[in-house]
Structure formats: C-alpha cells, structure tokens
Design a protein around this ligand. Sequence first.
Ligand code: SAH
Ligand code: SF4
Ligand code: F3S
Length: 471
Amino acid sequence: MDLSTNEFEAAKQLQFINKLKAQFEMDYEKTGVRKTYHIETFGCQMNARDSEKISGILKQIGYEETDSEEADFIIFNTCTVRENANNKVYGRLGNLGKLKKNKPDMIIALCGCMMQEPTVVEKIKQSYSFVDIIFGTHNIFKLAELLNTRLESDRLVIDLWKDTDMIVENLPSDRKYPFKAGVNIMFGCNNFCSYCIVPYVRGRERSRNPEDIIAEITELAKDGVVEIMLLGQNVNSYGKNLPNPITFAQLLTEIEQINGIERIRFMTSHPKDLSDELIEVMSKSEKICDHLHLPLQSGSSRLLKIMNRQYTKEGYLDLVERIRAKMPHISLTTDIIVGFPGETEEDFEETLDVVRKVKFDSAFTFIYSRRTGTPAASMENQIEESVAKERFDRLLKEVQANQKMAVTKEEKTVQKVLVEEINRQDTSLVTGRLSNNILVHFKGDSSLIGKIVDVYLDENKGFYYIGTLVK
Ligand code: SAH
Ligand code: SF4
Ligand code: F3S
C-alpha cells in the first residue's frame, strides 16, 4: 500500500468525522445536551493506545466521555489472549443487554482482538443481538464511517479485516495523560509462539516509518509529554522490513535527541532479537529507563522449542548476564506461563531455576490458556488444571520473594520520580514512578503532577516506597 492511499483514507475519514460533527452540533442546538460515550478497554497497552484513537475520533465528532455505562455510545475494546479475558467481556455484555432494554437508543460497539475471531462474532450475532457495530483491530480508523452507516441504516454493521498492510497516520487521538504517552512503533507479530493468538488477531508485523514516529513524539513533547512508551509486540525486530531498514537501537538513538522527552520506555522485548547494539545504546542513554521487560515464558529449553520461542534456557541466562554486565542497576521483569501442554515437573523446575537465578524484579505469571487455532491448542498432552494451579502457586511464591527484595535496592537514596497522580487512598500524598517503574508515595500536591522531581526513598513497603520530596 503506498502512502497516498493512506493519506486518501485519512482524508476520507475526516469527511465522515466532519459530517457527524455538523449533525451532532445541530442536535445539540436543539436539545442542549451533548451525547456521551463510554469506552471499556480490556487487555494490553496496544489496546489502551487504540482506545485513545477511538476516543479521539468520538470527541472530534462531539461526544463527551463519561464513566457511566448508561452512555449513548458504549464501546468494548476487547482482548482474547487468555480465556478469562473473553469471559470478562461476555459477562459485561450480559449487563449491557439489560441496560439497553431501558435505553433502546443506546449504540453498542465491540472491537479489538476478540472480534478478529470468527467464532466469537458468530456467538455475538446469535446470543447478543443487541450489539450495533462490530469492527476489528485493523480498521479502527474507520470508526466515524461505521458509526455513520449505523445511524443511517439501523442495522448491525460488521466490518472485519483479516489483515492489512495499511498504517493510517494523522487521525485524531485523545491522550489519557498529559505528561506521558504510548506511541506505536509497529503493529502485528510474526513470531507465532505456539500458544499465542496475537499474530492471528493482530496480523503480520508492520513497522511505522521512523519519520512518522519522530514527528509524533516531537509533537507530544511540544504538548508537554515527558515520558513515552514505545509499543510493539516485539520492538527488537522494529524496522527490519522497512524499505530503508533501521534497527530499534538506531530508532532509540534518534528519539533520544528530541527535546523535552525525559524518559523513554518500551515494550515488549523478545529475547531472541535483543541485540548487543541495543544493550550498548541503553547503557549509554540518559533517557532510556532502567527497566527491561523480557518475557521468559518457560525455563525449559525443551518446552521453549515447542513454544517456538527461538532461544534456550542457557541463551536467556547468558543474555541476562550481558545486560547486567553493562547495566547493573537495571530492573528486569518478565512473563511466565505454567501448564503449557506436556510440561513435566522437570520442565517446571527449570523455570523455577531461572527465576531463582535471575531474581526478576517482578513477573506476570499465567496459567496456560488453550486458544483455538493456535498449534498448542491441538497438542494432545494438555495439563490438568489442578497440576497447573499447584505449579502456579509455587511459582508465585518464588516470584514474590524476589519482588520484595527488589524494592530494597534504592532504599535511603535520592531518585528521580515522575509524579503521576494524587494518591487514591491518602490525598495528602502523590504517587509517582522511578525510572525502573517502581511506585513511590510521598507528601505533595497536584502542582507536582507531570513533573520529574528528586525524592528521598525513606522506606520500602514491600512492593513500593514511601519517600520525601527533596526541595
Ligand atoms: N509480545 C509479547 C507478549 C504479548 S501477550 C511477548 O512476546 O512477550 C502477553 C503475555 O501473555 C505473554 O508474554 C504470555 O506470557 C501470555 N500469554 C500469551 N498467550 C497465552 C496463553 N495462551 N496462555 C497463557 N498466557 C499467554
Ligand atoms: Fe505472542 Fe509470541 Fe508474538 Fe509475543 S512474540 S505476541 S507471545 S506470538
Ligand atoms: Fe489482548 Fe490483543 Fe493485547 S489479545 S493482550 S489486547 S494484542
């Protein structure tokens, strides 16, 4: 797809936005009330970023956001990475059906990863016929057009694309925080880990042009953003398929030069593609945070092979060693799956061994969930739930022990903290984050929000610190 097609699409969508905007303005003049929308986001940071794009389009049309589910327009941006993500959505949908009985004009839209699965869409058509609009992960930019179709036709509007090579730039976006922002650097995934549904629902890997990324971040910085999170399923393979290939480390070097950006984060890093060049760039950088999320998935080389992860236990441990040799203070976090088909007690012990050796600062642990259509789902040796659960509990204990130790490293030192919000439990406190992502609470007020300040870390409280602002 050439650039002009994408620009044409963006222009076309702006026309739909403007058409609806004029219509909404007329309605507002008559009624004096603005229409409201409510968006519920499930899943990962990719979805969170997509929801900002959805919000951006709706606000431009003239909708106002509300926390209440009794809005005129409800959108569920769904996730399907594990079965319980789907179950949450079905549960919430049941509720929406009841709400809509009392408010028949309500428009309900479902989008996101779950919608990319034909069986899900069938089920919704059969059992949740009150849904108005269904779209997927590849055509969010078309929301105004789909809404327009729905308002004109009064029938179910479904628009699902199997995959795409389009990246539509320059559509509106509504950022959740004024001081930090997620920035997509790539979409999709080509890795096909055998348990994972993401490549099927997010399509093939596509990198954005570095110029577009730099331009977006430059604008964000002008707008007061100090911290950015670069988003991709495997940021370490960024740029490989661009007409003028560029590495992720080179991209970081360019982003680093943007004035106003103080902190750079990214996720996720696949261990197989993490280069020495990246370690070098990170270790020299003033702005790239002291944090690396490096999903392990399993410590057993045998299982890693069946998972199609393309590294071994030894390879992973060696990588961690190389990272720590250059960045001794780095915070390492990870994702681990237990109960993958055929996992033996020995395999699981290998995972525990890596956890003990690496001492992750924190880890997201998951029980394997069978995702229809993935190779692992049709493997015969699925693990019994009780066995997986028992291993999960043992793993969690191990992980938590490390996590507590991790929050002692900076105790009694002064560290830079980006203040994010007023503390939810105690409003005399503010909450912020260290470069390594650990939370700190300290006395302060809303004037500090969005600023990077020096804080003395008085005491570690297990998973966070209590500190004092250094004047
Ligand atoms: N691209 C990222 C991960 C995205 S999904 C990466 O490669 O690291 C986030 C996490 O969900 C994965 O790291 C994995 O630990 C977990 N996950 C993915 N599929 C799963 C499944 N079928 N069952 C359980 N956990 C799963
Ligand atoms: Fe899923 Fe693997 Fe791609 Fe991550 S790299 S999204 S785990 S297939
Ligand atoms: Fe879920 Fe889709 Fe993210 S399946 S984890 S929301 S990419």
